[in-house]
Design a protein around this ligand. Structure first.
Ligand SMILES: C[S@@+](CC[C@H](N)C(=O)[O-])C[C@H]1O[C@@H](n2cnc3c(N)ncnc32)[C@H](O)[C@@H]1O
Length: 217
């Protein structure tokens, strides 16, 4: 659908994003609510990089939504370092339709206030935990199908944080940019990883590290 180029979608970003990963009308409305609240809070909370504000739908919303399609049947999700809600809140909105749930871990109190507010008004199936990842991640071992983390830490650090989950059947999805190969090389010095790279829908240089198993210290 063509939108008013001077108003709702001035850069054509929403239209482009939804062409890459279509969603139902109801989900689109929830995503639009998330976008408008993000813009409203951004001025005071600095939730996302200011240079990404003209492509919130591709860079944040659909970039997050694509993760669900990699593990479509998973119901129990955990997102680490959720920031302004990516990918955690977007996944929570999608999971609300299927009875799934996601836990979001974020140490910044201002961002947690936004996440709670946005989860409530969008109807996301999400619980927000204001905590440090390293202090609380163990709680989710044995209860999580998929763990995610975008732009939070290098791969070897993420593996260290999530090792107890990955050894008990959880899989991981870690979106990465053009440095993914060097992060993988670094990580294989400490870990034996069963992982594949999935091409990002929204960024030609982006890869999602899909970890299915882990050995090492
Ligand atoms: C660069 S932001 C990325 C946010 C979001 N995942 C995204 O892709 O837009 C990193 C976020 O991780 C959070 N974070 C970093 N280290 C953390 C830790 N050890 N425990 C909890 N949150 C952490 C920061 O507060 C910040 O909100």
């Amino acid at each position: 659908m063509k939108r008013d180029r001077s108003g709702a979608d001035p850069f054509g970003d929403r239209e482009r994003a939804l062409a890459l990963r279509p969603v139902s009308r109801e989900t689109e409305e929830r995503f639009a609510l998330l976008e408008s609240e993000l813009r409203r809070w951004q001025a005071v909370k600095n939730l996302v990089g200011p240079d990404t504000l003209n492509r919130v739908w591709t860079r944040h919303i659909i970039d997050s939504a694509q993760l669900l399609d990699i593990v479509p049947g998973a119901r129990h999700w955990l997102d680490l370092g959720s920031g302004g809600g990516f990918p955690g809140l977007v996944l929570g909105i999608l999971l609300a339709d299927s009875g799934g749930h996601i836990h979001l871990v974020e140490s910044n109190g201002r961002k947690c206030a936004f996440l709670r507010h946005a989860a409530r008004i969008t109807g996301a199936s999400a619980t927000i935990h204001e905590a440090r990842i390293e202090d609380c991640v163990i709680r989710f071992a044995g209860q999580t199908d998929v763990v995610t983390a975008r732009a939070v830490a290098p791969l070897d650090v993420l593996l260290g944080w999530t090792k107890d989950l990955l050894r008990t059947g959880t899989v991981a999805l870690f979106p990465k940019g053009q440095d993914v190969e060097s992060e993988l090389t670094q990580a294989t010095r400490s870990w034996k990883i069963d992982a594949t790279l999935v091409q990002s829908l929204t960024d030609s240089a982006g890869r999602i590290v899909f970890v299915r198993g882990l050995e090492g210290s």
